[in-house]
Structures are given as C-alpha cells and as structure tokens.
Design a protein around this ligand. Structure first.
Ligand code: NAP
Length: 297
C-alpha cells in the first residue's frame, strides 16, 4: 500500500503559525506585506499569483501583485525592485521565475535587500545557505522538507536522492537536506540530465525528491521498491478526456508507483500548497526582522 502524502495538513499547520505570529503584534501596528512582481496577464505565473493572494488573505498578509507595464525591459524591472527594496511599507518581494529575455532575473533580484528576497533566490541568500547561516531559503525546498518531516520519512543519515540541480529548486533543496544548519543530515545524491544511469543512481535512495518537470519520469523501472517519493515536479499536460483542458501533473507516474513506492505526494495537492504556505511563513519572518526594534532594512 502506497501512502498518499497530502500537503494540506502541513500547509494548515504553517498557516496557523503565521496567523498567530501576526495576531501577536502590538495593537495598531501594521502587519506584513508581500508584493509579487510579474510580467503581466500572459504570464503562466498568474495561476500561482491567485494562490498567493488567497493564502495571504487567509493568514492576514497584505498582498499586492504588480504587473510590469507592456514593453518594460530589464532597466524598468531593476528600478521597480530597487524601489520596493527601499519602501519601508514593503516587507517581502517575490519575482516571477523564470523570466524570458530581455529580463535579467538575477540582476533584478540581487538589487533587493536580502531580507526582502523572500523566496531566497538571490546570490546572498543562496550563499548564506551554503555558509550554513540561512536567512531565506526557497519556499519550494522548505516545503519538500516540511512534508518529509511531517510524515517522518527517512532522512537523517539515510541515502536520499534529489533529481534536479537548478539554482532555485534542486540545488537549494539538496543543500538543505545535506546541511548541518537544518539539522537534517541526509546523505544526498544529486541526479541531473547528464546522469548516465537513473535507475542505478536512485537504487540506494530511501527518499527521493524529484524536481525535474518531466511527467512520468519516475516509475517502477527506476524507483526502488518501498522508497518514498516527494514529487516537486509540476507540468501541465492536455487532459485526454476533455479537449482544451490542461491537467497539472508531477514527475512521478502515480498509477505505476501505486503499490510499489512506500509513499508519494499527489500532484496537485502535495508540495504546491505547502510551497505557498512556506512563502507566507517567510514573509512573516521578513516582517518580524524588519520591524524588530532597531532593525535596518
Ligand atoms: P529547471 O530549471 O528546468 O531544472 C530541471 C532540472 O532537472 C535540471 O537540473 C535538469 O538537469 C534536471 N533534469 C532534466 N532531465 C532530467 C532527467 N531525465 N533526469 C534527472 N534530472 C533531469 O526546473 P526548476 O525550475 O528547477 O523546476 C523543477 C520542477 O519543479 C518543475 O517541474 C517546476 O514546475 C517545479 N516546481 C514546483 C514548485 C511547487 O511548488 N510544486 C515550485 C517550483 C518549481 P540539468 O541541470 O543537467 O539541465
């Protein structure tokens, strides 16, 4: 029997913590604010924006999404982020990722004070993760770990595989799992597109974190029997039964792994909702940091 690792209880526990931290502020003090900057109506990011707005309203964070003006390029994006970085009423900023040319995602995000880079993707936050002095860590990496911890999956001292090594997902997750500061101490293998033998690379793993974006990549041919799978991958594919409708799917072939894997996160309903809740929790942390007595932005 393969256990279904639902994200909902993990997200609810995080949201409850965020709500009580906000409720504990002095009477009349402003609560946290999160600004999400994106390309505008055509962006695939808009689905994520809706979820951000809903989650923020539920925990008590003031949320605003800021589309870039039509025709805006890298200089406008950089000056927008600099202005948000200097605005004392703004505690956290999220920037759509990935961004196509002519935008320079890292050029823009590195112009924010690291405390406001709430998804932890700027060079200073990633460097702090390597240095074992993390401030903000990408929400998706925190979410994958929060699910694994909630369901008590084998991590400490155990062979764990991370598929994917992007700067915003796979690599920070691998660092978090292997790191001393997180207290997880997993023995981590990083698997990527140049890995020659996926099955052999995954064979020792007791817990697998898949951050690739290839639907159906994981099945009985490469996942060891009994291994636990946290499916971070998120792709949209046409629904065969409903023309014109897209379905959200992960990297795992859930039907094939049912009865084979020890446990598996569903897509949707696994890592996604926890990622949004982690983003809210990181926004609350940024707000606490920026509004602490004597704080300098
Ligand atoms: P990305 O930048 O495209 O990186 C994909 C990674 O997968 C790369 O490191 C690539 O290796 C590796 N890869 C490609 N083919 C592979 C294969 N056959 N076997 C093993 N590794 C392979 O994507 P990303 O931004 O990291 O995102 C990864 C996935 O997570 C996407 O599906 C994204 O939608 C999803 N995601 C989900 C959430 C959530 O909340 N659930 C949040 C963020 C992202 P190379 O480095 O060698 O190219």
């Amino acid at each position: 029997m393969t256990q279904r690792l639902e994200g909902k209880p993990v997200a609810e526990a995080l949201d409850a913590q965020s709500r009580s931290a906000i409720a504990a502020r002095p009477a009349g003090a402003p609560g946290p604010s999160l600004i999400s900057v994106h390309r505008g109506v055509d962006s695939p990011f808009r689905f994520y924006l809706r979820r951000q707005g809903k989650a923020a309203a539920q925990v008590g964070i003031a949320f605003r999404d800021e589309p870039l003006a039509a025709g805006a390029g890298a200089p406008e994006l950089e000056s927008r982020l600099r202005a948000l970085g200097q605005d004392p009423a703004v505690h956290a900023v999220l920037l759509e990722h990935p961004l196509p040319p002519p935008f320079d995602f890292y050029g823009a995000i590195d112009g924010l004070p690291p405390v406001k880079d709430v998804d932890g993707v700027g060079a200073e936050n990633l460097g702090r993760l390597v240095a074992q002095r993390p401030e903000h860590v990408p929400a998706v990496a925190l979410a994958a770990v929060a699910i694994a911890r909630h369901y008590d999956l084998p991590l400490e001292g155990q062979p764990v595989a991370v598929l994917g090594r992007s700067e915003t997902v796979g690599l920070p997750l691998a660092l978090l799992l292997a790191g001393r500061a997180s207290g997880i101490h997993a023995t981590v293998s990083i698997v990527h597109s140049r890995t020659r033998d996926l099955r052999a690379a995954l064979a020792p793993a007791r817990t697998i974190f898949s951050c690739v974006g290839h639907p159906g990549l994981l099945d009985r041919s490469n996942v060891p029997e009994g291994a636990h799978v946290i499916d971070v991958g998120l792709s949209s594919v046409p629904d065969p039964g409903r023309p014109g409708v897209q379905l959200a799917v992960g990297d795992a072939n859930a039907a094939a792994l049912d009865g084979w894997a020890g446990s598996l996160t569903p897509v949707p309903g696994g890592v996604g909702p926890v990622t949004v809740a982690q983003l809210m929790a990181s926004t609350v942390r940024a707000w606490q940091h920026l509004t602490a007595p004597g704080a300098i932005a």
